[in-house]
Structure formats: structure tokens, C-alpha cells
Ligand binder design. Structure first.
Ligand code: M6R
Length: 359
């Protein structure tokens, strides 16, 4: 039931702070130590490479997860689009471990990979929001996102739950491997800060609605840009915008602009820069300067400690590895209000189904 909300998507965006707290409650003890099945951790620890597999938004969550696993465990981690991996298996590590990210647990492309993985005798974990779903039943291990039902076709709270859960799992695995980085990563405190930060962003809806109507309601094209983890969020942000508002939106690695994409910039093309990482903030800002001088309408989503007076949206500071949990929220709301302003059916965009059960 969507209660007083006009669309499920808005309700689900608003639920994200609660989802963060629920994950803390389900998966962390009072000291903030993850409560994860030791048998699962033992199998993951034995792997020489982690393979994360997903489609759409789940694939985008995997892009963040790979960084979390590499940083906190030191295990090399690769991310694959399920429909690609299914038909072109790369040369494999000696001891792979597979992580399937799927909100619904029913995505046919992801299931195809799991079936092949099982045939080859490799261990797997499904991270899903739907208990008893197909992929949850078929993997060696299953863990639930506890995000509550996600009805809107556009995935929002499942993405942030997938990212936050992977951080918890990466910490658990890193601790099982005696990694100092993992022991020092105060995930409980950080997810608390994330929940507070998300609340501040969802409380600024009026501002996001007016930004959407001013900059995104007219143009046919829009670009999100960023580097590293911000680029991964740019991909997800662009998917949200195209999926529900039908703006041709793309996410680009900002360093790639001058290798081709910048030719697309016209007068008033919206370009939204995501800036949350110390090492790349200035580089992305200079890429934004390059598009400004070609007439683009530039907007910024920047972490507080890197912000400048004319930034459009300023995010509260959290651990930089968890910044996607905040930077994606304004992008979700910009997509929502752009769709709403066009009078579209936000929850049921054309040509799309909530779970894609054909390959
Ligand atoms: O249920 P899944 O996570 O396996 O679904 C994967 C994609 O179909 C899904 O994330 C899709 O991209 C969303 N509609 C995006 O908002």
C-alpha cells in the first residue's frame, strides 16, 4: 500500500534511511561486528577471485561492491553484466566465488549464469530482497536485503540496500582474513551517518523538484559524469533518469569526455557532475569547466568537505567508500520529479517489467 504517496517510487526513496537501520539491526551486533554465517565466510576466504554478477541496477550496485571487497579484503573482484557473462565466460580464476545480486531473485539472465556456475561446481551466494525466490533457492548460500517489497519498476531502496549489505559482507570477510582495513572500518557508525544523511536529502524534495523542472524537463539528452566510484553512481543515476523520464541520459567517466563524448554537448545540455572523492574532485571539476565553456548547464552533487559555494547539491560527509549511498539519492529524486513533471506513470515506465524473466 502506498498510503498517501502518489507513487511507490517516492515511498521507496523515502524508506532508505529505515532500510539502512534495518540492515544494521539484522547483520551487526552491538559492537558493530557483522553476524555472517562462518561457513559462507570460509568459502569466500578460500577464493582467489570474487565474481559479482547482476543486471541493470543490480550490476551498478556490484560496481560499488567490487571496490568494497577489494579494499576491505584484498581479494581481486570482477563485476559482470549477467547477460554478457552467460554467453561469453572469461578465462576463470582457479578458485572463483560467485555473488549474485538480484532484487527480485528471478532475473532470467542472472539465473542462466547461476545454472552454469553450479554445473561447473563453483560456490555461490545470492543477495536478494525476495525470500524463496528462484536464485535464492538455487545458490549455495542466500542472504536477504530486508528492504521490504519494492513495487516501483525503478529500483531505489534495493540499490542502496545492496551497496550497504556488500559493505557489511566485505567487512565480515576482511575481518575473517585479519585485515586491518576491515577491522578499522566502523560500518555501524557509518551506516548511522548514512541514514541521517539520506534523511536530510529526502527532506529537500522541494529543491530537487525545482532543479528537475528547471534543468531536466525540456532537454532530450542529459549526462552524469564522475570518476571511479562516482562514475559507477553516474551510470545508475543515468539509468534512473532514462528509465522513468525518457530523457536520453548517459553516465560517463569524466576523463573520457574529451575522447569523444564532448561532441554531444550543445547549448543548455544538462551535465551533472558527481564529486565525492578527494583524489579526483579537482579533475572532475576541470572536466565540468570544459563543458561549461561549450554551453552546457552544469549541476553538481558534491560531498560537503569537497564542496564549493556554487554547488547545486551538497551531501553530508560519510566514509568515501560509502558515498554512493548518498550521492545516488538526489539522482533518484531528480529522475522522479522529471518523470512526474512530464505527467508520466512513474512506477510503470513504458516497455518495462519489474522482473525480467526472459533472456
Ligand atoms: O531483480 P533484479 O535486481 O535482478 O533486476 C535487475 C534489473 O532488471 C533491474 O535492476 C532494473 O535495471 C531496474 N528496473 C532498474 O531500475
Amino acid at each position: 500500500d502506498k498510503g498517501t504517496y502518489p507513487f511507490y517510487m517516492l515511498k521507496e526513496v523515502d524508506e532508505q534511511p529505515v532500510v539502512m537501520r534495518k540492515l544494521v539491526q539484522e547483520y551487526l551486533d552491538d559492537e558493530g561486528i557483522p553476524k555472517i554465517d562462518p561457513k559462507l565466510l570460509a568459502q569466500m576466504k578460500a577464493a582467489d577471485r570474487l565474481y559479482i554478477v547482476g543486471a541493470g541496477t543490480s550490476y551498478h550496485a556490484g560496481l560499488i561492491g567490487a571496490r568494497l571487497f577489494e579494499r576491505l579484503t584484498g581479494i581481486s573482484t570482477q563485476v559482470f553484466i549477467s547477460s554478457e557473462f552467460a554467453y561469453e565466460q572469461p578465462i576463470m580464476a582457479a578458485k572463483p566465488f560467485f555473488i549474485f545480486l538480484t532484487q527480485s531473485g528471478e532475473t532470467a539472465d542472472s539465473r542462466e549464469v547461476l545454472v552454469n556456475v553450479k554445473k561447473q561446481g563453483w560456490p555461490s551466494l545470492t543477495i536478494t530482497n525476495v525470500p524463496k525466490s528462484t536464485l535464492s533457492r538455487e545458490a549455495s548460500f542466500t542472504l536477504l536485503l530486508h528492504a521490504g517489497p519494492e513495487i516501483s519498476v525503478a529500483s531505489t531502496k534495493a540499490y542502496t540496500a545492496q551497496v550497504a549489505f556488500q559493505a557489511i559482507l566485505a567487512k565480515a570477510l576482511g575481518m575473517a582474513m585479519n585485515k586491518e582495513n576491515a577491522a578499522n572500518f566502523d560500518i555501524k557508525q557509518q551506516l548511522g551517518l548514512v541514514a541521517i544523511g539520506m534523511q536530510a536529502i529526502v527532506d529537500s524534495k522541494d529543491e530537487l523538484e525545482s532543479i528537475a523542472s528547471r534543468y531536466l524537463s525540456q532537454p532530450r539528452n542529459a549526462f552524469y559524469i564522475g570518476r571511479g566510484i562516482d562514475w559507477s553512481v553516474a551510470l545508475e543515476s543515468a539509468l534512473k533518469l532514462k528509465e522513468i523520464s525518457y530523457v536520453q541520459a548517459e553516465g560517463f567517466a569524466s576523463g573520457e569526455l574529451k575522447h569523444g563524448t564532448i561532441a554531444l554537448i550543445e547549448d543548455k545540455t544538462p551535465v551533472i557532475g558527481i564529486i565525492t572523492q578527494d583524489r579526483t574532485a579537482n579533475l572532475t571539476r576541470s572536466n565540468l569547466q570544459e563543458v561549461v565553456s561549450r554551453g552546457a548547464s552544469v549541476l553538481t552533487i558534491a560531498s560537503k568537505h569537497l564542496s564549493q559555494p556554487d554547488d547545486t547539491i551538497v551531501l553530508p560527509d560519510v566514509d568515501p567508500l560509502l558515498s554512493p549511498l548518498l550521492s545516488v539519492v538526489p539522482a533518484q529524486l531528480l529522475a522522479y520529479y522529471t518523470s512526474l513533471g512530464k505527467g508520466l506513470d512513474v512506477d510503470k515506465p513504458r516497455n518495462l517489467a519489474k522482473s525480467v524473466t526472459v533472456q
